[in-house]
Design a protein around this ligand. Structure first.
Ligand SMILES: Nc1ncnc2c1ncn2[C@@H]1O[C@H](COP(=O)(O)OP(=O)(O)OP(=O)(O)O)[C@@H](O)[C@H]1O
Ligand SMILES: [Mg+2]
Length: 238
């Protein structure tokens, strides 16, 4: 089982939105996915209640010890990917999530304030020696293309990209990201052919390539073989 943690001490950067987007893109790729919610705010649980499809499963954990106990259990149940959504701020549960993750993703909006605020998040991750990547989220639409975005963000994004710790593509600020979650969907389900869906699928491919490189895993091991549309049928509960 692979484990990703979405982490940023700053609130509202897109941890929960990206956790949902990545989980659903991975599901369509044949993964058996669990979203592990460690944030008492309950964004994922609220989304799950609005959702008419059985997967991905959302499980809630309350503290760091429970994170450590739950992950081996999920692996034994055949889960191939767990995505941990963490709360803003700093607490023991997030520290445990970082410690358990194969890869930590740090969402940040493309503003100097967000980039600066990610410094302590990065310090926590590096203190535990964990691989990480920044995900630029809620970028302006005109920054969709890499070159424009790099120009808009200046040297910070360019140097992160050169270090290989900037996940691609950037995720643009668009209404369908918010509308999808309001309906208990991911953006890849809400507007299959839309630009946001394309970005999230691209981000998942970037993350998966990175995970395989980090863990040395067989890229197809344990994946379900049914085509994505058949799996969607199997997941339907309504
Ligand atoms: N790419 C995007 N386009 C449009 N809206 C977005 C995008 N990403 C996130 N949002 C919106 O921004 C807000 C914050 O996103 P989200 O809840 O995912 O952040 P978070 O980091 O989980 O916040 P918190 O720290 O409070 O848990 C939400 O209203 C969400 O719908
Ligand atoms: Mg959240």
């Amino acid at each position: 089982m692979h484990t990703i943690a979405l982490v940023s001490k700053k609130g509202g950067t897109g941890k929960s939105t990206l956790a949902i987007g990545l989980a659903t893109a991975a599901l369509a790729d044949g993964h058996k996915v669990c979203l592990l919610e460690t944030d008492p705010q309950g964004t994922l649980s609220h989304w799950r209640r609005r959702r008419m499809l059985a997967e991905p499963v959302v499980e809630t954990v309350n503290d760091g010890a429970e994170v450590a106990r739950r992950l081996p259990f999920l692996a034994n149940c055949g889960v191939t990917l767990t995505i941990i959504d963490t709360a803003a701020g700093d607490n023991g549960t997030t520290a445990a999530a970082i410690g358990a993750a194969d890869l930590c993703l740090i969402p940040a909006r493309p503003s100097p304030a967000d980039i600066e605020a990610s410094v302590p998040t990065l310090a926590s991750i590096r203190a535990r020696g964990k691989p990480f990547a920044f995900v630029l989220n809620q970028t302006p639409p005109r920054s969709y293309r890499l070159n424009n975005a790099a120009a808009a963000l200046g040297d910070t994004a360019t140097s992160l990209n050169m270090m290989g710790v900037l996940a691609l593509p950037y995720i643009v600020l668009r209404n369908d990201q918010q509308d999808a979650l309001g309906q208990g969907l991911a953006v890849t389900e809400f507007a299959l052919g839309g630009k946001s869906a394309e970005e999230i699928r691209g981000l998942w491919q970037w993350v998966w390539t990175r995970l395989v490189a980090i863990t040395g895993a067989d890229a197809s091991a344990g994946l379900l073989t049914a085509p994505a549309n058949e799996q969607a049928d199997l997941r339907a509960v309504g």
